[in-house]
Design a protein around this ligand. Structure first.
Ligand SMILES: Cc1cc2nc3c(=O)[nH]c(=O)nc-3n(C[C@H](O)[C@H](O)[C@H](O)COP(=O)(O)O)c2cc1C
Ligand code: SF4
Length: 451
C-alpha cells in the first residue's frame, strides 16, 4: 500500500476532484460528461431494454419462514420497478432449505411458487410507464455461509485455511460429496423450472462471493473429485447446471453472476491474477458458448474482504477500514468487468460497484459503456437508497446528492445483526428502527457472552 492509497471517505465534488484523486492513486477511471449513452436501448435475448441500468441482486432478509417473499420483499421490488431500470436482478434465493444464508432468505419451492408468481406480477405491474421488464432470479446455495436456522451450518467444497480460520471452522469439518453435488444440480434445475413457472424471464446460477458454486470454482485443493482440481472439474458444476437448464427449461434465459476475483491468493481464490483473469475469462467464454445472453461480474467475499466487492466509507461494526482507498476498489471492479466484456464482446456484461461514486457514478458509467468496458451498469446499495434514480437522472440530468447512498454499511450491518435489510439512511421510516433493534440485540448477545 502506498501512503496515498490509504482508506478515505468520499470527498469528490466534481470531475476535477475525481481525476485528481485517480491520478494520485494511479488508477484509471473512465468519465464522460455526456450521459446519453445510459439511456440508449439494448437488446438482450429478444428483450429491448430501455436503458443501461440494472438493479443488482440485494437480499432483504425479509422472506416468510417458508421462503416465500414477505411484505417488505414486495415493497422493495415494486420500488425498483417504478424506478425505471429495465433489468431487475432478483436477490439470492435458495434452491434447498439447508442452503439458506439466514432463516429469512428467499427459497423457491413447489409449495410457495404461487407467492413468487405474485411477486413477478406485482413487480411488472409497478413498472415505470408500463415498460417491459426483464426479470432474472438469482439461485443460490450459501455453502460455507449457510445459516438456515440462524446459526452456522457450513457446507464446504474444500478447506481454505484463510476462510476456515476466520470462521473458526474445524479442520475435520466434512466436505460436500460428489454425490451430494450431483443431487444439488437437480435442485438448481428444479428451482429453474419453478422460476420459469413463476414468470421470471431468467435465472442466475450465483457463482460469486464465496458461496458454494463460487467456492467450487476455486476448489484447487479438492482432490479425488469430479468437482475439484483441474479447471474442467472446478468449472464443471456451474457449466453443467447452466447447460442442463438450457436443455431442460426451454425459453428460460440462463446466466451467472460470476465472482471473477475472490481477492484471495492462489490456490485459495478464483481469478487470483486480477490483471489477466485468465480462468474467469475461460468460464465467461464457456458460458457464452452455452448461450448465456448476459453476464454479471462481481468480486470479493463479503465475509472476508467486503471492500473488494462493495467499496465503502464506513465498515460494519467491529471491522477495521481496509488498507485501500475506495476508488482503488472501484477501479478494480471496473477493470474486471472490462476484461470480461472484452473477452465476450457480444454478451452484455453488467458491471458492479458504482455506489461509492454517488452522484458522479452516471458519468463514470457512461465513460465505461462508451469505452466498451461494460454494456450495462448495475447498482446495488444506491438502488436501495434511491430506487427512483433512473427517473431523476432522466428528468434532471443529474442525481440528487441528498438521495444517494452514503456507503455507510448500515444495510450490511442490519443483515449481520439478523434483521430485515434496507437503507437506514434514505428509507429510515422502516430501516432506522430495524438497524437500532439489531444493534441493541447484538449488544445484548455480547453482554451475555461475557457473563
Ligand atoms: C444488503 C446487501 C445485500 C446483498 N445481497 C446480494 C445478493 O443477494 N446477491 C448478490 O449477488 N449480491 C448481493 N449484494 C452485493 C450487491 O449486489 C453489489 O454487488 C454490491 O453492493 C456492490 O454494488 P454497489 O456498490 O452498487 O452497492 C448485496 C449487498 C448488500 C449491501
Ligand atoms: S444503509 Fe443506505 S446509505 Fe448506508 S450503505 Fe446501505 S444503502 Fe447505502
Amino acid at each position: 500500500m502506498t501512503v496515498q492509497s490509504r482508506h478515505e471517505r468520499f470527498q469528490l465534488g466534481s470531475h476535477a476532484d475525481l481525476t485528481c484523486c485517480a491520478d494520485r492513486l494511479g488508477v484509471a477511471i473512465p468519465f464522460s460528461e455526456d450521459i446519453q449513452i445510459l439511456f440508449s436501448p439494448l437488446d438482450v435475448a429478444g428483450y429491448r431494454l430501455p436503458n443501461r441500468f440494472v438493479v443488482q441482486p440485494m437480499e432483504g432478509c425479509d422472506a416468510d419462514p417458508d421462503g416465500a417473499p414477505g411484505q417488505l420483499t414486495f415493497r422493495r421490488y415494486q420500488r425498483f420497478a417504478a424506478g425505471g431500470s429495465g433489468l431487475i436482478w432478483f436477490e439470492a434465493t435458495a434452491v434447498i432449505a439447508e442452503g439458506r444464508a439466514n432463516p429469512r432468505q428467499l427459497g423457491l419451492t413447489p409449495a410457495n411458487v404461487g407467492a413468487f408468481r405474485r411477486l413477478v406480477e406485482e413487480t411488472r405491474a409497478a413498472a415505470a410507464e408500463k415498460q417491459e421488464l426483464l426479470l432474472v432470479l438469482q439461485l443460490t446455495h450459501s455453502g460455507r455461509y449457510a445459516r438456515p436456522e440462524g446459526t452456522p451450518r457450513p457446507v464446504i467444497a474444500q478447506h481454505n485455511p484463510l476462510l476456515d480460520a476466520r470462521m473458526g471452522l474445524d479442520p475435520d469439518h466434512p466436505l460436500i460429496s460428489d454425490a451430494e453435488l450431483d443431487q444439488l444440480q437437480e435442485a438448481f434445475v428444479g428451482a429453474a423450472k419453478l422460476a420459469a413457472g413463476a414468470g421470471f424471464d431468467g435465472v442466475d446460477i450465483k457463482a460469486c462471493h464465496g458461496y458454494l458454486v463460487s467456492e467450487l470454482l476455486a476448489a484447487f485443493g479438492r482432490t479425488d473429485s469430479r468437482y475439484g482440481g483441474p479447471f474442467e472439474n472446478r468449472a464443471g458444476f456451474l457449466l453443467d447446471v447452466v447447460g442442463r437448464i438450457r436443455a431442460e427449461v426451454p425459453g428460460l434465459l440462463v446466466t451467472s453472476r460470476l465472482g471473477v476475483h475472490d481477492g484471495l491468493p492462489y490456490p485459495y481464490g478464483f481469478g487470483a491474477d486480477v490483471e489477466t483473469l485468465a480462468e474467469p475469462v475461460e468460464v465467461a467464454e464457456r458460458l457464452r458458448a452455452l448461450g448465456c445472453p448476459v453476464l454479471n461480474v462481481s468480486l470479493g467475499n463479503p465475509y472476508y474482504n467486503p471492500h473488494v466487492g462493495r467499496p465503502y466509507d464506513s465498515p460494519v461494526a467491529g471491522a477495521a477500514a481496509p488498507d485501500e482507498h475506495p476508488l482503488v476498489g472501484v477501479a478494480r471492479l471496473l477493470h474486471a468487468a472490462a476484461v470480461i466484456q472484452r473477452a465476450v464482446p457480444d454478451v452484455p456484461v453488467v458491471g458492479s460497484g458504482y455506489s461509492w461514486l454517488r452522484q458522479l457514478f452516471p458519468h463514470v458509467a457512461a465513460g465505461a459503456i462508451a469505452a466498451g468496458d461494460a454494456a450495462l451498469v448495475g447498482l446495488g446499495r444506491l438502488a436501495l437508497a434511491y430506487p427512483d434514480w433512473v427517473r431523476d437522472l432522466a428528468a434532471n440530468g443529474a442525481l440528487a446528492p441528498d438521495k444517494v447512498c452514503t456507503t455507510c454499511s448500515g444495510c450490511s450491518q442490519i443483515m449481520r445483526d439478523g434483521g430485515r435489510a434496507g437503507c437506514r439512511v434514505r428509507d429510515s421510516g422502516i430501516y432506522a428502527k430495524e438497524y437500532r433493534q439489531g444493534r441493541a440485540q447484538a449488544a445484548g448477545r455480547k453482554k451475555q457472552d461475557k457473563r
